[in-house]
Design a protein around this ligand. Structure first.
Ligand SMILES: Nc1nc2c(c(=O)[nH]1)N(C=O)[C@@H](CNc1ccc(C(=O)N[C@@H](CCC(=O)O)C(=O)O)cc1)CN2
Ligand SMILES: Nc1nc2c(ncn2[C@@H]2O[C@H](COP(=O)(O)OP(=O)(O)OP(=O)(O)O)[C@@H](O)[C@H]2O)c(=O)[nH]1
Ligand SMILES: [Mg+2]
Length: 445
């Protein structure tokens, strides 16, 4: 257990006026700072109604003070909460007073970082705290809650334990490598590596879904100029967000809009129409459109129903790497005949609204509907997915090298896999991983 010498303080409640606002302290001086500020000693885990006083004895506010002596606290250190009226001015005054009495301002995520360093939460759980706070819908909140409860961490730790076991075994085989592997239980190790590879790929798939739960689905509207991409964004969002004109090349910047479909969040991005000509501004817009497609889970391809093939040529290349796509033929109000068969396209009209419900249903299906929200689903981050993929690759390598009787290489691959899985829960800490993770938290969390 690490103990910090510095006492940190922050406003723990959201900025702006509120019913109640909380200043939170953590560290060795918390209790003495509170005693001075409240004019009395605080009993552990009791709510005291007190007056918070400034240096000159003036009353800053009255409120509730709570002390949680370590280690039975959120951070594992001595923690104090000053629960005042939710006035930003009063909360700032309380915070300044805490600083005068020896606390320093907490960095973003520093309370949770200390909770991690003191073993109150593992790293994936600490990340789940931030993901819970940022959850955009109920499904994401439930899944973050499960990650916070350790559902994901437990799975990682089971894998890490098995990896450790295999490492020990393979290292032992190296020490006895004069003898043939099969007499050393090589078959048994191979079987266990196979089982481990299967568990890893199962967890990787679930973590990928968890990443989508956390980040929401990212859909990029793409198509030739003038097909009605911006009109469709406006129609789906139900607001007049993007500029629409009959001039090809109207949209240049990326335009993000958050949609809710069936209670689930979807980010929709409007982009510049793709074509081979265009001035410097339009070309920059197309470059951005292509870059945005690299991050897309789904391409929403908009073609003009009157000439879908012409448009298709311009987008085919750009969407080659996108995992999923929905093709729509727009402006069907101008084109009655059904030419959509070729791309398995949905027929819509951004102008009249025809076909938009069907499109919404298709989007909702892609959002995962119930499958993503299944029992036991948890949120995960790209960092976790990358780590599991690295581990899966390394375990595959170990399988091969073991079969070829290269025990040292197999041992090294297992070590790499073990470290990768360990970094998810923070059992293993690569350089500056903590700074990287916690700096994106809210202050006071
Ligand atoms: N007012 C307030 N509400 C809050 C928090 C907080 O810090 N303050 N939390 C902060 O994010 C969350 C709750 N998380 C917490 C986690 C552990 C402990 C704690 O004192 N744990 C001790 C005692 C365990 C017990 O009695 O249940 C421990 O783990 O030993 C407190 C809050 C959400 N609500
Ligand atoms: N009749 C009809 N016109 C439409 C429909 N959707 C869009 N339009 C018209 O088509 C023209 C182009 O629409 P935009 O939404 O700006 O097209 P865009 O694909 O965003 O075009 P760029 O931004 O230039 O790439 C505008 O005049 C729209 O009013 C539709 O469903 N029916
Ligand atoms: Mg546009």
């Amino acid at each position: 257990m690490t103990t910090s010498t510095e006492t940190i303080a922050a406003i723990a409640t959201a900025s702006g006026a509120g019913g109640v606002g909380i200043v939170r302290l953590s560290g060795p001086a918390s209790l003495s700072i509170a005693r001075t500020l409240c004019g009395r000693a605080l009993r552990a885990r009791h709510a005291h109604h007190v007056r918070f006083r400034d240096a000159d004895g003036a009353v800053l506010d009255d409120g509730l003070a709570l002390a949680f002596p370590g280690p039975a606290s959120y951070t594992g250190e001595d923690v104090v909460e000053l629960q005042a009226h939710g006035s930003p001015v009063v909360l700032q005054q309380l915070l300044s007073r805490c600083r005068m009495l020896g606390a320093r301002l907490a960095r973003p995520g520093e309370f949770s970082e200390r909770a991690f360093l003191n073993g109150r939460l593992d790293l994936a759980q600490a990340e789940a705290v931030a993901d819970l706070i940022a959850a955009g819908d109920e499904r994401a909140a439930r899944a973050a809650r499960r990650a916070l409860d350790g559902v994901f961490s437990d799975r990682c730790e089971t894998l890490a334990a098995e990896l450790l076991h295999l490492r020990v075994y393979v290292e032992a085989m190296i020490d006895f490598s004069d003898e043939p592997i099969d007499t050393l239980g090589g078959d048994e190790v191979a079987r266990r590596i196979d089982a481990l590879a299967a568990s890893l790929s199962q967890l990787l798939a679930e973590a990928e879904q968890g990443r989508r739960l956390r980040d929401g689905l990212h859909a990029v509207i793409v198509g030739p100029p003038n097909a009605g991409k911006s009109s469709l964004l406006n129609a789906l969002a139900g607001v007049d967000r993007a500029i629409v004109t009959d001039i090809a090349g109207t949209t240049r910047d990326l335009l993000h809009e958050t949609l809710r479909i069936g209670g689930l969040e979807l980010t929709l991005v409007d982009t510049a129409g793709l074509r081979s000509e265009g001035d410097a501004i339009e070309r920059e817009g197309m470059r951005r459109a292509r870059a945005e497609l690299q991050r897309a889970d789904l391409a929403l391809v908009v073609l003009d129903a009157r000439d879908p093939d012409a448009g298709w040529v311009s987008v085919e290349d750009a969407i080659a790497d996108v995992a999923d796509r929905i093709v729509v033929h727009n402006k069907t109000d101008l084109h009655a005949a059904d030419a959509s068969g070729k791309h398995d396209a949905l027929r819509v009209s951004a102008r009249t609204g025809a076909g938009l419900d069907t499109l919404r249903d298709a989007l909702q299906l892609r959002l995962g509907g119930d499958t993503l929200a299944g029992e036991g689903a948890f949120t995960a981050r790209q960092r976790h997915v990358d780590a599991l993929r690295e581990a899966a690759d390394a375990v595959d390598d170990a399988r091969g090298t073991l079969a070829a009787q290269h025990l040292e290489l197999a041992a090294e691959s297992l070590r790499v896999a073990h470290d990768a899985v360990g970094a998810i829960t923070g059992q293993v800490l690569p350089d500056d991983l903590l700074g990287h993770i916690f700096s994106s938290f809210c202050i006071g969390k």
